[in-house]
Design a protein around this ligand. Structure first.
Ligand code: F6P
Length: 341
C-alpha cells in the first residue's frame, strides 16, 4: 500500500511526532510505502511531494513545526480543486491519505471522503477546539508557554505596579486563556464564549492592586466586550474565510488605564505559542494518534478520525469532529471565576 501524509492549517508542536509514528509503524508492521505531501492541501493539489521514509523521520520527535510544511490552501475554494486532488492522488498511485489538521483541514478531508477518497484524520490544533477528542496535541505545549510568560509577567508587573494584559490565541474557543489563566493565577480571564463587562474587569484590576498585588489579565484574541465585536487587523480573509484577529489586548490596556488611572501594558504571545519543542504530554499524545491512525488505514476504516476519550485512543467519524467547535463549558469558566479580582 502507498499512503500519502499531509499536515494542514496553523502548525503546532507534535506534528512531527505524529508523522514519525505513522511511518515507523507503517513500515515496520505493515510494510507500507509513504509519500509526503508538502504544505497541506497545496501538496496534492499541485503535486508537491517529498520522500517520507524511516530515514526522513529520524530525529524529528522533539522538533516543533512540521517537516512536511503547512498552508491554509482549500481545494474546495478553487474551481475544480477537489477533482484535481483526486486525479493527482490516482496518478501518484496513492491508496490512502492521512490528513493531520484542525477544523479546516479535516473539513476538506471529510469532503474528499464523501467523494470516495480513502482518508483518515488526525486532530491537531493548539486551540483544543475540535469536538470528539478530549485534547488535541499542541495545546499542552501552548498553555505551558503561556504560563511561563504569565509567571514572568507577574514579577515585573509587581515591581512597576502595572496591570499587564496577556493576549493568547483562541478565535472562538478560550481553552488556552482558561487553562493558562488558571495555572498562572490571573486576576481575570476573558474568553470568546463569554462577553465581558469592562467595568467588571476594572473592578477586578483595582481589587488586586488593593492587596498590593499587580493584576495579570489573560485574554483570548477572540474575546469581546458586551457591546463590542471581535477586533480584527484588517478586512482580509484566508481561503477558509477566517479574519485576522488582533487588538483586544491593546484595547483593554487603553481602557484599563483610562478608567483606573493605573498603567497598563499588553504582551501578545502570538506565534510563540505554536513554535518550538512539544511537551512530553504532547509527544506522547501525538505518537499515540499516529500509531492508531496507521492502524485505521490498515483496517480500512475510511472517513474516521482518531481521538482521545479519557485515556483511550478511539476512532470517531470525521464529520463529528468538525460539525461544531468545542467551546469552553460555562461551568468550567465559573470554576475559574472564583479567583477573579
Ligand atoms: O488555529 C490555530 C491558530 O493558532 C489560532 O489560534 C489563530 O487564530 C490562528 O491559528 C492564527 O493563524 P495564522 O497566524 O497562522 O494565520
Amino acid at each position: 500500500m502507498r499512503i500519502g501524509v499531509l499536515t494542514g492549517g496553523g502548525d503546532c508542536p507534535g506534528l512531527n511526532a505524529v508523522i514519525r509514528a505513522i511511518v515507523r509503524k507503517g513500515v515496520k508492521e505493515y510494510g507500507y510505502e509513504f509519500v509526503g505531501f508538502r504544505d497541506g492541501w497545496k501538496g496534492p493539489l499541485e503535486n508537491l511531494t517529498m520522500q517520507l521514509d524511516v530515514q526522513a523521520t529520524r530525529g524529528i520527535l522533539p522538533r516543533g513545526g512540521t517537516i512536511l510544511g503547512s498552508s491554509r490552501t482549500n481545494p474546495y475554494a478553487i474551481e475544480g480543486g477537489s477533482k484535481k486532488v483526486i486525479e493527482n492522488l490516482k496518478a501518484l498511485g496513492i491508496d490512502a491519505l492521512i490528513a493531520i489538521g484542525g477544523e479546516d483541514t479535516l473539513g476538506v478531508a471529510s469532503g474528499l471522503a464523501d467523494e470516495g477518497v480513502h482518508v483518515i484524520g488526525v486532530p491537531k490544533t493548539i486551540d483544543n477546539d475540535l469536538s470528539n477528542t478530549d485534547y488535541t496535541f499542541g495545546f499542552d505545549t501552548a498553555i505551558n508557554i503561556a504560563v511561563e510568560a504569565i509567571d514572568r509577567l507577574h514579577t515585573t508587573a509587581e515591581s512597576h505596579h502595572r496591570a499587564l494584559i496577556v493576549e493568547v490565541m483562541g478565535r472562538h474557543a478560550g481553552w488556552i486563556a482558561l487553562h493558562s489563566g488558571i495555572a498562572g493565577g490571573a486576576a481575570c480571564i476573558l474568553i470568546p464564549e463569554q462577553k465581558f463587562s469592562i467595568e467588571k474587569v476594572c473592578q477586578w484590576v483595582e481589587s488586586r492592586f488593593k492587596t498590593n498585588y499587580a493584576p495579570i489579565i489573560v485574554v483570548a484574541e477572540g474575546a469581546m466586550p458586551i457591546d463590542g465585536q471581535m477586533m480584527t487587523k484588517d478586512k482580509s480573509l484566508d481561503s477558509f474565510g477566517h479574519v485576522k484577529l488582533s487588538g483586544i489586548g491593546d484595547w483593554l490596556a487603553q481602557e484599563i488605564q483610562k478608567r483606573t488611572g493605573k498603567e497598563a501594558r499588553t504582551t501578545v504571545l502570538g506565534h510563540i505559542q505554536r513554535g518550538g519543542t512539544p511537551t512530553a504530554f504532547d509527544r506522547v499524545l501525538a505518537t499515540r494518534f499516529g500509531l492508531h491512525a496507521i492502524t485505521a488505514v490498515h483496517e480500512g476504516d475510511w472517513g474516521t478520525m482518531v481521538g482521545l476519550h479519557s485515556t483511550s485512543i478511539v476512532r470517531v467519524p470525521l464529520k463529528s469532529a468538525i460539525e461544531k467547535i468545542k467551546t469552553v463549558d460555562p461551568a468550567l469558566y465559573k470554576e475559574a471565576e472564583i479567583f477573579f479580582g
